[in-house]
Design a protein around this ligand. Structure first.
Ligand code: G4P
Length: 519
């Protein structure tokens, strides 16, 4: 039998895959607002050659309102950055940096994005230490045992003592810390770092041994080496220990320390659980998981971009995949990679890579694509909303349009949509209030539907699972508080935590969940 010219024997494909995934690094940056995530992102992209210019002037107040920090970078710096994922090469590795919008608000998108990374860089303000949002995001990483690399930023300003900072991280997060570098000089005299592993100084000009900064470094190192744990790769991979880097994103100090470390030991693509088995990253069959949908990225084309993480195998443009949820074939005509200035057709991609797949609503968050196997990845979460509102339509003629728009935006994950089982008008649920602003703006801007919000009697929602008959009986008895979510899964709505607790206690045969795992 003649083989097609470019067919690769299975062993060669396996070798290619091993080689490629060994050099993939897929990560996100987590931080509290203002710690310096945007600045660090930009410096990282620049080190990776993805951005040539770095400006320093930004319309900050306005930037806060954008849905993505990269959209802010794009507008402020006059460069074209496409949101959600940025791919760049550094040190022989291919990095995929996933954006986690860093607003004060709790954002579902951020949490879902964290399901698609292999490691996270935690940025901490050297003066402020561990802040609220960092802690929250860290907890999500911990739930998934995502390895964390810590970058203590703003060392060029008045900062806490490095030992105090390391202590704070360990005690506030119950996470072991191993300094990977040590700051040379403090505040205005901060000039560089000392690499504890290679025992080398990273400073722009050599310093005399008698220089006070070197004297302090010597004293610190003696103490650090005696008192602090050494870096242990297994503990790092298990998410129990974080290597700590000191630097200043603004002054571009310590940024390449961080990237070099990710090259050296940043975890390559991990194995991933499905409902039926674990998919190893080095398997040859292609599998991919949709973790994010973004609509209207290009205002001229009302398309939706599904962001899929390749979990195993090799993606090739044009291949036909199985869309497991709907059981149909799905032709991959135009998968795309994202770079700083443009998108590019993805001819091939490997585990760890993130590709954008344009579609018209066929793909949803949590969908699995395979070469034929019936797999469903688990672990992409929906969080129970903390705010429930009815949508008030200003122009009754637009009811149908509103229904369509809400469905589309719910599929995209902007809001959750609950249809009360008693036929009352739908209810939207969000985790943070910013999501309501985004919903209102997008309904107006993209669909031409002006709306307001009205309160509902409900303040809590829980997904209900259990034996079908018992569930039906429960739903019948609680009809006015039952709704279906976008997938038709039953949800109990309650007016207060007290009511919710009472109902759950009275129904021990059913389970009530505040997180729904899709897959
Ligand atoms: P975020 O995305 O985490 O919210 O933080 P962002 O990078 O926007 O940084 C927040 C502020 O901290 C910015 O200052 C930024 O310039 C500053 N910053 C970031 N990294 C460093 C650093 O290493 N050292 C010092 N000293 N400052 C840093 P801003 O005044 O709020 O805005 P801007 O006018 O400088 O843009």
């Amino acid at each position: 039998m003649d083989l097609p010219v470019n067919a690769e024997p299975a062993t060669a494909l396996a070798a290619t895959i091993c080689r490629e995934i060994a050099r993939r690094r897929t990560f996100a940056i987590i931080s509290h607002p203002d710690a310096g995530k945007t600045t660090l992102t930009e410096r990282i992209l620049r080190a990776g050659g993805a951005i040539q210019l770095a400006g320093n002037v930004r319309a900050k107040g306005e930037r806060r309102r954008t849905r993505s920090d990269w959209m802010g970078i794009e507008r402020d710096r006059g460069i074209s950055v496409v949101t959600s994922v940025m791919t760049f090469e550094y040190g022989g590795c291919i990095f995929n940096l996933l954006d986690t919008p860093g607003h004060e608000d709790f954002s579902e998108d951020t949490y879902r994005t964290l399901t698609a990374v292999d490691s996270a860089v935690m940025v901490i303000d050297a003066a402020k230490g561990i802040e609220d949002r960092t802690r929250k995001l860290f907890e999500i990483c911990r739930l998934r045992d995502i390895p964390i690399v810590t970058f203590i930023n703003k060392m060029d300003r008045e900062a806490q003592d490095p030992f105090t900072l390391l202590d704070e991280i360990s005690s506030a997060l119950a996470l072991d810390t191993a300094p990977a570098t040590w700051p040379v000089g403090r505040a205005a005299n901060f000039v560089g770092t000392y690499d504890l592993r290679s025992r080398s100084l990273h400073v722009p000009t050599p310093l005399e041994q008698s220089d006070p900064r070197m004297v302090q470094l010597g004293e610190d190192l003696e103490l650090a080496e005696a008192a602090l744990p050494e870096f242990d790769r297994d503990s790092f991979n298990a998410g129990h220990l974080t290597p700590v880097f000191f630097g200043s994103a603004m002054k571009e100090i310590g940024v390449t320390d961080l990237l070099d470390a990710l090259v050296a030991f940043g975890p390559p693509p991990r194995d991933q659980a499905t409902e039926s088995r674990v998919v190893r990253a080095d398997e040859t069959g292609l599998t991919a998981l949709v973790f994010k949908i973004q609509a209207n990225m290009d205002p001229n084309h009302r398309d939706r971009m599904a962001f899929a993480r390749i979990c195993s195998g090799r993606l090739e443009r044009g291949m036909r995949l199985k869309h497991v949820r709907i059981g149909k074939q799905f032709a991959l005509h135009t998968p795309q990679f994202f770079f700083a200035r443009d998108r590019q057709l993805a001819e091939e991609a490997f585990a760890g890579d993130v590709v954008g797949i344009p579609n018209h609503g066929t793909l949803r968050i949590g969908d699995t694509l395979t070469e034929g196997e019936d797999l469903r990845f688990t672990g992409v979460p929906y969080f129970a909303p903390e705010i429930l509102r009815r949508v008030r339509l200003d122009d009754a003629m637009k009811a149908k349009k509103l229904r369509q728009a809400l469905t589309e935006l719910a599929e995209e994950g902007v809001v959750q949509l609950f249809r009360p089982q008693d036929g009352a008008p739908p209810i939207v649920g969000v985790v943070g209030t910013l999501q309501l602003d985004v919903l209102q703006a997008r309904l107006g801007g993209e669909y031409g539907v002006a709306i307001g919000f009205e309160s509902t009697p409900f303040s809590l929602a829980r997904w209900v699972t259990g034996d079908r008959t018992k569930l039906d009986l429960f739903a019948a008895a609680n009809r006015s508080a039952m709704a279906d979510d976008i997938d038709g899964d039953p949800v109990l709505l309650a007016s207060s935590a007290f009511m919710m607790r009472r109902t759950t206690e009275m129904n021990p045969d059913l389970a009530f969940h505040d997180i729904k795992q899709i897959g």
